[in-house]
Write a protein that binds this ligand. Structure first.
Ligand SMILES: Cc1ncc(COP(=O)(O)O)c(C=O)c1O
Length: 417
């Protein structure tokens, strides 16, 4: 049998919609030694992680912890624990990930109702409230930033609407947490989940979630602890048993609380990664980090426009973390992506569904969200596009982006000025 060589992935600059390059300090944290599940040193790290993510989610929620698995593990844990068979669920869909929420909700046995918006737009609070009047859901499942369209759904009023109608609001903030304001308590969001591989600069495989007491009360009514670890005298909740064991929030909550009732074996390396992601972000400061993402978006979009390219979607609602670029007529979008990758080592994103073949998506998230990467990406795109016959002034994109950075730095746009 021939020998399999060293694992040696090519170095890439990951400027798609995620995953992005990890901060090297996160990778270093992942190589720290294993600890036993109930070692006080390990449970102390679990508690630190809870405290760190409370600050990132801007919440006082005690129930702020990790679900092992990628971002959809967090989504699925929340939805399968909240939605009992037959519960009505409303999902406003404005991109691929709204469809994912609807799909997961229906697998949970929910009676799912969707409202849809053309990709590239978002809902008004009135549209969501009138759908709530129509469908009377128990749960509203909503995406904050949908990477498939690059749009961010404003959430400021949605929580208050849900409270008035006694609806539980669950939000997927995978693409936005750490890259733009996500204010769980102020926005009255009941449950929220994310992943590490975007604005948190970590690898995929851990999903930080947060739940308020309202959500905890609903899921605890379905609490059925598995035999073998069930404490003596335990009285199960009177709601139907949660259909997943792995994603059973009440059992996960017992594990993450001082009860430390064993459930799965916590993914120690991912716990370390999640801790380092959060620590680095908070050391930078939430507002500084949001400003870094905003500036990268301003510079990138200035550069793309200067190259004569059009941006996709309603720009008032564009996430700073990902930018949709309309593929110019006659240009082979996949050919451009593969030259970006093979000649420059830069990954930019393709797209799905109705946008397939129509837009590229360029991510400026987390560790990747830096001036030198924005400029490098624009320079490479400029070279590749001119080879594909797109008439653009050489260097115009880099020049415009650099001017945006210079302006933000308080320096003149050019040396002569
Ligand atoms: C908005 C959004 N939600 C959910 C997911 C699913 O995340 P994962 O692939 O980590 O399960 C993604 C991944 O790109 C996403 O962008």
């Amino acid at each position: 049998m021939s020998m399999i060589g060293d694992l040696n992935p090519p170095p890439r600059l990951l400027m798609g919609p995620g995953p992005v390059n990890c901060d090297p300090r996160v990778l270093r944290a992942m190589s720290m030694p294993m600890l036993g599940q109930f070692d006080p040193a390990f449970t102390a790290i679990m508690n630190e992680v809870m405290a760190l993510y409370r600050r990132i989610y801007q919440t006082k929620n005690d129930w702020t912890f990790l679900v092992d698995g990628t971002a959809r593990a967090g989504i699925e844990a929340i939805l399968v624990s909240l939605i009992a068979p037959g519960d009505r669920v409303l999902v406003p869909v404005f991109g691929r990930f709204g469809h994912l929420l609807a799909e997961i909700s229906s697998r949970c046995g929910g009676e799912v109702h969707t409202i849809e918006r053309e990709w590239g737009t978002v809902f008004t609070p009135e549209e969501i409230e009138s759908a709530i009047w129509r469908h009377r859901p128990r749960v509203l499942a909503l995406v904050h930033g949908d990477t498939s369209t690059t749009m961010a759904q404003p959430l400021e009023n949605i929580g208050e609407i849900c409270r008035r109608h006694d609806v539980i609001l669950s939000v997927d903030a995978t693409a936005t947490l750490g890259g733009m304001d996500v204010a769980v308590d102020t926005w009255m969001v009941d449950a929220m989940s994310a992943g590490l591989q975007k604005c948190l600069s970590g690898p995929p495989g851990s999903s930080p979630i947060t739940l308020n007491e309202r959500t905890a009360a609903v899921v605890n009514r379905r609490k059925h602890v598995e035999a073998g670890i069930r404490p003596e005298g335990f009285v199960p909740g009177n709601g139907p048993r949660i259909q997943s064991n792995y994603f059973d929030l009440p059992m996960l909550m017992d594990y993450w609380s001082e009860k430390r009732l064993n459930h799965h074996t916590e993914a120690a390396s991912m716990l370390y990664a999640a801790r380092e992601c959060a620590r680095l972000l908070l050391n930078e400061g939430l507002s500084a980090c949001f400003a870094r993402h905003r500036l990268a978006s301003e510079a990138l979009t200035a550069g793309l426009r200067a190259m004569g390219l059009s941006l996709f979607g309603d720009q008032r609602h564009k996430m700073p973390n990902v930018t949709g670029v309309v593929i110019p007529k006659g240009v082979d979008g996949e050919g451009v992506r593969s030259e970006m990758l093979n000649d420059f080592g830069i990954e930019i994103g393709t797209s799905f569904g109705p946008l397939r073949g129509k837009i590229w998506r360029i991510g400026t998230m987390g560790y990747v969200c830096r001036k030198e990467n924005v400029l490098t990406c624009l320079a490479a795109l400029d070279a590749v596009l001119r080879r594909h016959g797109v008439a653009a002034i050489a260097g115009a994109g880099v020049d415009a982006a650099l001017s945006a950075y210079r302006k933000a730095e308080g320096a003149p746009a050019r040396a002569a000025e």
